[in-house]
Design a protein around this ligand. Structure first.
Ligand code: MG
Length: 479
């Protein structure tokens, strides 16, 4: 039997197979050289924790497409968001600036709500607005949460089109008060009167959250196919796995990790659909794909919240579990396959990185906190980022420099938890102690002094913007 498939026959089979592979994108040669204004796809999960993917060590949630993307690209193990809750994190991603600068953070109203009157100011330059000036088509699909009034929606912030919900899926709550938190354990669409928008128009209310992941995915794939002939930027910001958790029929009850696992496995399917669409359109080698999350897991929701793995605390806190998230970047042929880096990088860095790759520049008329990651991505070099500042609301709680992180203020994520200012900051060596368990401050006065100096320099050049999260609409005006 061994000899039936002789070498010449194997060669023929191989040729046929490769012809079939090529056939998948037959007649669809890349419209331009791979490095000429590459497409950019940012897939942003909501409240997905550092420990929630197979390629980040989760033992039972299956994420084969993300694992494959990691094998074919670059996996980050020290990747940080700009803030540990939704609104300021998204403002940081899309502007490349700490949210304190745009006024998109607040100490009590930590995110925007349906009665909020503010949003991302028109003076801010988003990735979409910037890439649009370079000839990109720009599409936003999913959760926005940077202002739900027409003047703040994606179509007013540089995106050609929008399909999604304007804020979190646990808002517009209409459940009877007696149900309390129980509405989360057996969620029903009718408990949350969240609108679904196409551009600036409500097309469904309440949004059928069971099918959001699927419909976002279809919209993303449609956008890719429609724009295959020109450079594009797709921002696919999933609503899941933010509570209340909803999943489509095909994924319900399928994972070993219960409903939360079902939801993450559907997100993994969604990533696969996007990657397959790029491949089928012959665009894989023209496209930088970035997958990450807006903040850590919402631990107060127990089994409906995710896992920060070995990191401390979760969403809402400036401990590592709140701000360090999974991140995978792939660009076949440009980003070498199969690397993992523990270099520091951030969502703040995406704007200057893609601006440069697209042949443009980050805005020069304002402070940009992001740094160009191209040397790390493309040339196997080091990350240009050595320092990261961690805010809770408008206050700087902690800072990382190299492997050291100093906490000047600590407060557990939720629940009226104790606010503590530390005259001598707590200090952790994150390479030795990623779980932030062993305070080494007493033996490292010089390290603390250096971090203090970096914080002072940062403060001196960081002017807070006019606050956008404290304004409220009158009752009638609220959507
Ligand atoms: Mg979030």
């Amino acid at each position: 039997m061994r000899h039936i498939l002789s070498r010449p026959l194997l060669t023929v089979v191989g040729l046929l197979l490769s012809a079939c592979t090529v056939g998948a994108s037959a007649g669809k040669t890349p419209p331009r050289p791979a490095k000429d204004r590459p497409n950019v796809v940012v897939i942003f999960a909501d409240d997905l924790g550092y420990g929630d993917l197979g390629c980040y060590g989760h033992p039972t949630i299956r994420t084969p497409r993300l694992d494959q993307m990691a094998r074919q690209g670059l996996r980050f193990t020290s990747f940080y968001v700009a803030a540990s809750v939704c609104t300021p994190s998204r403002a940081g991603l899309l502007t490349g600036r700490y949210p304190i600068r745009s006024g998109m953070c607040h100490d009590t109203r930590r995110v925007l709500f349906p009665d909020s009157s503010g949003g991302l100011p028109a003076s801010e330059v988003t990735i979409a607005a910037l890439l649009r000036t370079l000839g990109y088509a720009t599409g936003c699909v999913g959760k926005w949460h940077l202002g739900h009034l027409p003047e703040y929606l994606p179509t007013s912030r540089g995106f050609d089109s929008y399909f999604g919900i304007p804020y979190s899926n646990d808002m517009d709550r209409v459940a009877e008060p007696k149900l309390g938190k129980n509405i989360f354990w057996q969620p029903s669409v009718k408990y949350w009167n969240v609108p679904l928008l196409r551009d600036a128009r409500i097309v469904e209310r309440p949004a059928d959250q069971h099918t959001l992941t699927k419909r976002y995915t279809e919209a993303a794939v449609t956008f890719i196919r429609k724009n295959r002939e020109r450079p594009f930027f797709l921002y696919l910001a999933h609503t899941m796995p933010h509570v209340p958790l909803f999943v489509s029929k095909e994924f319900a009850g399928k994972s070993q990790r219960g409903l939360y696992g079902d939801v993450v496995e559907e997100l993994d399917w969604s990533v696969g659909q996007v990657l397959d669409a790029l491949r089928d359109e012959g665009l894989s080698e023209n496209t930088l794909v970035i997958f990450t999350s807006d903040n850590g897991p919402w631990l107060i929701f127990g089994l409906h919240g995710g896992s920060a793995g070995l990191l401390r605390d979760g969403k809402g806190s400036t401990w590592e579990g709140g701000v360090r998230v999974p991140c995978i970047m792939s660009w076949p042929g440009q980003i070498p396959a199969g690397r993992t880096t523990s270099d520091i990088a951030s969502t703040l860095d995406i704007l200057p990185t893609v601006a440069r790759l697209a042949g443009g520049k980050a805005p020069e008329d304002r402070a940009i906190d992001g740094l160009d990651l191209a040397p790390l991505l493309l040339d196997g070099g080091k990350s240009p980022r050595d320092t990261m500042f961690f805010y809770r609301g408008t206050r700087l709680f902690a800072a990382r420099q190299g492997p050291y992180k100093a906490h000047f203020i600590t407060q557990p994520a939720y629940g009226g938890a104790k606010f503590e200012e530390h005259e001598r900051p707590l200090l952790y060596h994150l390479e030795h102690d990623p779980s932030e368990k062993h305070d080494i401050g007493p033996d490292h006065a010089a390290v603390i002094a250096a971090i203090r100096q970096a914080v002072e320099q940062h403060r001196a050049k960081t002017a807070p913007g006019k606050n956008q999260l404290d304004g409220r609409l009158g009752k009638k005006a609220a959507r």
